[in-house]
Ligand binder design. Structure first.
Ligand SMILES: [Zn+2]
Length: 95
């Protein structure tokens, strides 16, 4: 999990999770108030863990539409992806 680049304080999972779903809102360290912004790679990681699998799923089932199944799968992917994303995304100290 990402730590503060200034004081080394570990960010909470919930803090990063909230940031991701609020359009990558910058994270402020609770100890030293240093602001961290998500890296472009971090954004890509989040998108590839959430939106991308859903799009793939949709196109895979587009021949034989089973909308309930697609919807259930999409929600599952979004849930799992966004729960794991805080461990994978990278943040950098804002200048
Ligand atoms: Zn800090």
């Amino acid at each position: 999990m990402k730590k503060c680049e200034n004081c080394g304080k570990q960010f909470k999972w919930k803090t990063i999770f909230t940031s991701l779903w609020r359009n990558y809102r910058p994270i402020e360290c609770s100890e030293c108030d240093t602001v961290h912004k998500i890296t472009p790679l971090g954004r890509m990681t989040f998108v590839s863990m959430t939106m991308f699998p859903v799009v793939l799923l949709g196109s895979y089932f587009s021949n034989k539409p089973n909308y309930a199944l697609i919807l259930a799968g999409a929600i599952l992917i979004l849930l799992i992806g966004s729960m794991l994303a805080p461990f994978a995304v990278r943040y950098r100290k804002a200048m």
